[in-house]
Structures are given as C-alpha cells and as structure tokens.
Design a protein around this ligand. Structure first.
Ligand code: BGC
Length: 285
C-alpha cells in the first residue's frame, strides 16, 4: 500500500468482520480486482471465507499477487483476464469462473476508470471509454451473474439469497463533478441501473446494492492526496478529517455480501467520511 502523506492523521483502526468467516463456502467474482478498492475487497472476501475470482484487464503480475494474498487465508483464488466493456469477454469470464468455482454467489461490480477532461475538449473516445467500462461493464457482468443466480437458485446451506451483486458507485452518483462529466454520468447511471435491477430480481431472492465511496487512497486519484497541499484541500471536503482507505470499502462490501445484510435491497451505502453532507454548510448558508 502507498504510504500516507507525512502529515496525514491516523488511518482507520476499525475492526473487521472477516475474522468470523461469514462468507464461508461462497464464490465471489470481483472485477478490476488487481488494484485499489477492488484489490482490498477481493482480499477481504477471501479473509471472510469466500473463494475469489480476481478479474483484471492489464498487469497480470499484480493480479497474481492478489491471488497469492487471498490464498494465504486458506481459500481458493484465481486470476481471470477480461475487459468488462466487451460482451464476448464477459461471457467467457463468467463461463470460466463458473467452471473453476462451480458457481458464483457474489459479484462485486467494481471495475472503473476516469478519463478526465474539460467538457468542451472531451473526446468521444474519453466519453465512450468511461461509459463502456463503468456503466456498460456493470450491465454486462450483472446480467451474467443474474443468469447464474436464477439457474442455481437459493442454496440454504450457503446463503439465504440466490445471489448478491454489489455495484461500486461513487459519491459522484449524487455530487455533480465539473471536468469529469463522463465519470459522473456513469455513476449516476449505476444508481438507476442498480435500483431498477434490484427491484426486478428481488422476488428471486437476488440482492442488488451499491457502495458509494468518497475519496479513497487509490491510484485513481493520486493527485487528490499525494502532496500536502492537495491533501489539505481534499480535507475541506471530508468532515471526518481523513482520507478513506480501500479497507474502509472492503469492510462494507463484506457485510453487504453476507447474510448479515439479508434485508438490505436496492440501497446505496455511502462510505465517504461525510463528503455528501455538504461540508461547506457546516459554517455557511
Ligand atoms: C473518484 C475519485 C475522487 C472521489 C471523490 C471517486 O469516485 O474516483 O477520483 O477523489 O470520487 O471526489
């Protein structure tokens, strides 16, 4: 993990649910799992007892390192390459994952990227890449997961639900973000994709929810936290006074994937240190 800036306050010391192995016997697929939030979620699911497919699109070495780390928890893990924006690759990803693991119980729809540009200069390629991976990718993977969940149904010894999908969204499903119109649009899209799907498949005992991270210390946003100036500026947007760590998101994902959240359906869980609380209004307005 990248070390925190010298001036940063203590990192999260919260306990984890993973010690209880609450996902024992479940099979999880995490997209974009070779770095950042996806990596932390994949490791935490493994530590909670799940077997994990680590999807990646480039940098196989880092995917293999995640697999090794997950296996240290005594569970099974494998890396599978696929670009989630490509229908054929997603089909193959799920076929191979199901061959290897027997089934899939948990999909973490995590793969995402940014291609930032001022709106007047944003190219169609920047727009399409972001919408393709962040939104179409979530559609394609969720569709494949739902097909498997419906085929298999509920296995009571494994989980009360026939399957769980967690869509990685962002505070920018709510907060407009100039200079990032493609990204904010993709996240706004995820909100209604998640809610519409959750509504449609809830009667099949499939639970679909989202996590909306705020500023998390990952490679996607190094400019926002790497220097003291940037970090201090970022903190004006975070009432809780520290940047999020990937493990903050991983803990939420383990809970949402487990039967401890069995009645949670179609919800977005904001894990953002209060970023969506309009911090500017703490003293103004
Ligand atoms: C973005 C980050 C950003 C954070 C808070 C995330 O969804 O990927 O780049 O720092 O939102 O603005």
């Amino acid at each position: 993990m990248t070390p925190p800036p010298p001036n940063s306050p203590p990192q999260s010391t919260a306990p984890t649910l993973t010690a209880q192995k609450i996902l024992c016997g479940q099979k999880a697929l995490v997209t974009g799992a070779n770095s950042g939030i996806g990596r932390a979620v994949a490791v935490a699911l493994g530590q909670a007892g799940a077997d994990v497919i680590v999807n990646y699109v480039e940098n196989p070495e880092s995917a293999n390192a995640v697999v090794d780390e997950i296996r240290q928890a005594g569970v099974n893990a494998a890396a599978l390459k696929a670009d989630v924006s490509c229908e054929q690759q997603v089909t193959t990803l799920f076929e191979t994952a199901i061959q290897k693991m027997g089934t899939i119980d948990i999909l973490i729809n995590n793969a995402g990227l940014q291609r930032d540009a001022a709106f007047r200069n944003m190219t169609l390629a920047q727009w399409n890449t972001v919408l393709g991976v962040n939104l179409t990718g979530q559609f394609l993977c969720a569709r494949a997961a739902v097909q498997e969940f419906l085929r298999r149904g509920v296995v009571p010894s494994v989980s009360c639900a026939a399957g769980k999908i967690i869509c990685m969204s962002s505070v920018h499903q709510e907060i407009p973000w100039g200079g990032h119109a493609n990204y904010a649009t993709s996240k706004g899209g995820i909100k209604l994709l998640m809610e519409s799907l959750a509504q449609e498949v809830a009667s099949n005992r499939i639970r679909v929810n989202a996590i909306a991270p705020g500023a998390i210390r990952t490679p996607i946003n190094t400019v926002a936290w790497q220097t003291k100036e940037a970090y201090d500026q970022l903190m004006t947007l975070v009432p809780y006074g520290r940047i999020g760590e990937p493990e903050d998101i991983a803990r939420a994902a383990v809970w949402l994937a487990s039967d401890y959240s069995d009645y949670v359906v179609g919800t977005t869980l904001f894990v953002d240190g209060g970023m969506t609380l309009y911090p500017g209004f703490a003293t103004g307005g």
